[in-house]
Design a protein around this ligand. Structure first.
Ligand code: ZN
Length: 237
């Protein structure tokens, strides 16, 4: 019977000491021993963490708002170009060793065309200039590809009508719409103005030529023939 009593008394003692320890945390020497440890742990890493995070975070906040206002104000209508004389370009100076590479990106709305990425890749890899005649309806369905072509400053972008119709026999109003719609979409997407026009299927009559000249586009015809009107030319070996 004596042992259980002793155990009981011991446990009360232990309880008392543990209960006493808690209130002494406020002012006793035990509490002062804990604080310096915790203060050394919390003080040293925190300033270094916040110091490294702040400079890296703030530039992102200042950079993101800036591109938004610069990209929005492009108007949907391309500026009017000065009227030109009718000027066909069939070929360049044949005494000079130059070729002009031209490509048509066109489709009729009912016959969607595709994009040969390999041509873009090869021309870009070898830094070769070229002219792309952009159909309006093709650009409408190939916005990313249009932007990709426009990203290369050595690529000239021309106008190839909106829906690739046979222009002879169409009214002045319809021909104008074919040119202006294409001109506006190219400008809207890329900020570029086409200064060359390629006739769909190479077909034209007097009215076609005068309407195109009125809108300030040079004519570029002769699909398989090289020309020197292209601003950037590649010299042959
Ligand atoms: Zn075409």
């Amino acid at each position: 019977m004596k042992q259980p009593i002793a155990v009981f008394l011991l446990s009360i003692l232990l309880l008392l000491t543990s209960c006493q320890a808690a209130p002494t945390l406020d002012g006793s020497p035990i509490a002062t021993q804990i604080l310096p440890v915790s203060s050394t742990i919390t003080d040293s890493p925190l300033p270094t963490l916040t110091a490294t995070q702040k400079p890296t975070l703030t530039p992102f906040f200042t950079m993101t708002p800036t591109p938004v206002p610069t990209e929005t104000p492009r108007p949907e209508i391309a500026p009017t170009l000065p009227h030109t004389d009718v000027s066909f370009v069939y070929h360049g100076d044949r005494e000079k060793p130059y070729v002009a590479l031209t490509f048509d990106l066109c489709q009729k709305p009912e016959l969607p065309a595709w994009f040969d990425r390999g041509i873009y890749d090869v021309l870009t890899r070898y830094d070769v200039p070229a002219t792309f005649f952009m159909g309006g309806d093709w650009m409408r369905t190939h916005v990313d590809e249009t932007l990709l072509l426009a990203s290369n400053p050595k690529f000239e972008m021309g106008n190839h009508s909106w829906s690739h119709p046979d222009l002879p026999g169409l009214s002045e109003e319809v021909i104008s719409k074919e040119i202006i719609k294409t001109q506006n979409l190219l400008y809207q997407l890329t900020g570029r103005q086409a200064k060359l026009f390629r006739l769909p299927a190479g077909l034209y009559d007097d009215l076609t030529l005068s309407v195109i000249a009125w809108h300030g586009d040079l004519l570029f015809n002769g699909m398989s023939k090289p020309a020197t009107r292209i601003p950037l030319l590649m010299q042959t070996e």
